[in-house]
Design a protein around this ligand. Structure first.
Ligand code: DGL
Length: 271
């Protein structure tokens, strides 16, 4: 048994979609979340900057004595997984790329798989490469969707809302043209757009939610390694953010599906 907390980090608050699943499957675990809200978005930045931020985030969680690290951020998972693993030493690190690629490869019937994510994630090619490791003949269509993150943070997540519909139809057109039957939502924010995306892509396209896949994997891994806390409920949550935004409450409850205001601490990442 291991009573240390599980560490989760993201460039901002989108990673709370993974925490939401963790809270559901592992209610007895303590969770420490770092949202680098002072430096978000990472998705339009260079690889060098993303690496530097990712190491800061990892070291922050290591100082909180975590037993496992979940990189909820698609941009960090696709650009800096190896570097984060090196920085974490013996602490197991799980990113979102491999598990969602495997899920997509197992789900597709036609071999036509789509990936939507931030510009830096698409530029890395990480999702496409991972899918082809599982399914060498897969045809992968990738598309950066830079306007999705600000629209989600502005609460534009409901089907029928003109701005999000316009944007989503344009971003998803290449997926429809390619006839994908499986679509990876390769960014923390996109699960909030599930209904909008499903409305456009139709009910027959499988949508892969990486945060959920990763949370389920961590639950299985910690169980297999006998690293759970031994409690069935009552796990604590601490949310550290690097910018004291007034928007925290509303945006966080959007992702988390519950109020987290009392568990939030504004922090300096180097502390
Ligand atoms: N968390 C980022 C991701 O999943 C999205 C927000 C950002 O660009 O930093 O890629």
């Amino acid at each position: 048994m291991d009573s240390r907390p599980i560490g989760v980090f993201d460039s901002g608050l989108g990673g709370l979609t993974a925490v939401r699943k963790l809270l559901e499957v592992l209610p007895g675990e303590d969770i420490v979340y770092l949202g680098d809200t002072g430096r978000v978005p990472y998705g339009g930045k260079s690889r060098e900057t993303i690496l530097r931020y990712a190491i800061d985030d990892t070291e922050f969680l290591m100082r909180r004595n975590v037993k496992s690290i979940l990189i909820a951020c698609g941009t960090v998972s696709s650009n800096a997984l190896r570097e984060v693993q090196e920085a974490a030493g013996a602490i197991p690190v799980t990113g979102i790329v491999e598990l969602s690629a495997r899920k997509a490869a197992n789900s597709t019937r036609s071999g036509k798989i789509g990936v939507i994510a931030t510009a830096a994630t698409i530029r890395s090619g990480a999702f496409g490469n991972a899918v082809r490791r599982y399914l060498p003949d897969a045809s992968v269509t990738e598309k950066a969707c830079p306007l999705f993150v600000p629209l989600v943070e502005d609460g534009r997540i409901h089907p029928g809302e003109p701005l999000i519909e316009l944007c989503a139809r344009e971003y998803l057109a290449p997926m429809q043209e390619a006839g994908v039957d499986t679509l990876i939502l390769g960014c923390t924010h996109y699960p909030l757009l599930l209904d909008v995306i499903r409305g456009i892509m139709g009910p027959d396209v499988t949508l892969v939610n990486p945060g959920e896949e990763t949370a389920l994997y961590i639950s299985r891994e910690l169980t297999a390694r006998n690293m759970l806390s031994g409690r069935n409920d009552g796990g604590s949550q601490r949310y550290f953010i690097t910018d004291n935004s007034e928007k925290f409450g509303s945006v966080a409850s959007l992702f988390l599906g519950r109020d987290a205001g009392q568990f939030v601490t504004h922090t300096d990442i180097t502390e």
